[in-house]
Design a protein around this ligand. Structure first.
Ligand SMILES: *Cc1c(COP(=O)(O)O)cnc(C)c1O
Length: 203
């Protein structure tokens, strides 16, 4: 597939990196960043955003219900909606603020016990519930394939689930596999170590 670069948003994943390491990437022109912990993002980003207000922040890690208010206040997109309780709290918070982050539902395509996300077989029902019961606008789907498996079948499954639910957002692809994800239709790639270098802390 030939893709126009403008169709793909590069989310630069800056988790674990300090402001001093992020600033050069902002200076180079990058404007969209991903973090996987609300607390860490709150500690780093308000100051960076004050200097560069057009920065967009994406939450790519699990969201605890009690962090929802902070998350909606700080993030422009949340990639990890995965349960009705969170959908309900998000809906209330969005209503109260009058603006919504872009929402992606995380799908556990590998059906891994330790991983977050709705199971593939439960995705259609959860999308419908988010829309009909909670009135949420869903932008797309996100997946994090099992580390030990070829990612392509997982990307293909996500593409299929998104298409049959009328969703155009596909958040898939990381440092090791983003070219393949883009060939398969990704429009949000989450790339960390290929931009910032290896992380010392694993998270
Ligand atoms: C850390 C992380 C990434 C980026 O991983 P890299 O391999 O460093 O590109 C992407 N998505 C999620 C959900 C992550 O937690």
């Amino acid at each position: 597939m030939n893709r126009d670069g403008a169709e793909v948003t590069l989310v630069a994943v800056s988790k674990t990196f300090a402001a001093a390491q992020i600033s050069p990437v902002i200076a180079a022109g990058q404007r969209v960043f991903g973090e996987n912990r609300v607390q860490e993002a709150l500690a780093k980003w308000p100051a960076l955003k004050a200097d560069t207000p057009d920065i967009k922040l994406h939450l790519i890690g699990p969201l605890q219900s009690n962090k929802t208010r902070d998350a909606v206040g700080l993030f422009d997109a949340i990639h990890t909606l995965d349960r009705p309780k969170l959908a309900r709290i998000l809906a209330d918070e969005i209503q109260a603020r009058g603006h919504a982050p872009a929402l992606f539902i995380q799908v556990n395509t590998g059906e891994e016990a330790q991983k977050a996300g709705v199971l593939p077989g439960a995705t259609d029902a959860f999308v419908a519930q988010c829309r009909d019961e909670f009135g949420l606008s869903i932008k797309g789907l996100m997946c994090l394939p099992p580390a030990a498996e070829a990612p392509a079948p997982h990307f293909a499954l996500l593409v299929k689930l998104a298409a049959r639910n009328g969703l155009t957002g596909l958040s898939m692809g990381m440092s090791a596999d983003f070219p393949e994800a883009v060939r398969m239709g990704a429009n949000f790639v989450r790339v960390g170590s290929a931009i910032f270098g290896a992380r010392e802390v694993k998270h």
